[in-house]
Ligand binder design. Structure first.
Ligand SMILES: CC(C)(COP(=O)(O)OP(=O)(O)OC[C@H]1O[C@@H](n2cnc3c(N)ncnc32)[C@H](O)[C@@H]1OP(=O)(O)O)[C@@H](O)C(=O)NCCC(=O)NCCS
Length: 156
């Protein structure tokens, strides 16, 4: 049977599903708002990739570039809870790396809550290393703050 899974760049038509996935993956107080997601997808200096089976989007990743540097950030990576542990996260990260390499990016940076063990393991799996503990990095209205690790991977 032909494999119908693919990874492609997102379009504005994916906005509603990306927002839905964000809200499935994070509690309301911690999730990016609709406005933030729309900015990241449509206005920012970014690449957004989606993983699909047929036309159904199961996960996405957002890369943010910094003008004038060869450093890029992974803003977030989200996989639908019912489709986790099928290597979708790994495939999205691998595709993101290929995009970044083509753009001449030499280093990827990201921040992740120190309690987010699944994401930390995923990043370590593909060669990211913890480089810094950022105290109270995430501030949430009415929900305190959370520490984060900065993780870095050099692209060769
Ligand atoms: C983190 C996340 C993207 C992983 O997606 P996924 O498609 O389920 O991950 P994969 O199947 O590609 O897993 C690849 C590797 O990551 C690690 N991993 C993934 N989920 C894990 C878990 N629940 N516990 C421990 N390790 C995990 C493992 O090393 C795994 O390799 P293995 O299958 O050989 O053990 C997913 O759990 C998610 O969307 N979480 C909520 C959103 C989030 O926190 N995003 C990160 C923001 S910084």
């Amino acid at each position: 049977m032909q494999d119908s899974n693919c990874i492609r760049t997102a379009t504005p038509n994916d906005l509603a599903r990306i927002i839905e996935l964000e809200n499935l993956c994070f509690p309301k107080l911690h999730a990016y708002t609709r406005r933030q997601i729309r900015y990241l997808l449509c206005k920012a200096n970014s690449t957004v990739l989606v993983e699909t089976t047929g036309t159904f989007v199961r996960g996405f990743i957002i890369i943010l570039y910094r003008r004038g540097t060869t450093v890029a950030g992974i803003e977030t990576i989200n996989v639908d809870p019912v489709h986790r542990k099928k290597r979708i996260g790994l495939r999205l990260l691998s595709a993101a790396e290929q995009y970044m390499k083509k753009k001449g990016i030499c280093k990827i940076r990201l921040e992740v809550a120190i309690t987010n063990h699944a994401a930390i393991r995923l990043y370590e799996h593909v060669g990211f290393e913890k480089t810094m503990l950022l105290k109270a990095y995430y501030h949430f209205n009415h929900d305190g703050s959370r520490d984060a690790y900065r993780m870095v991977k050099e692209l060769r």
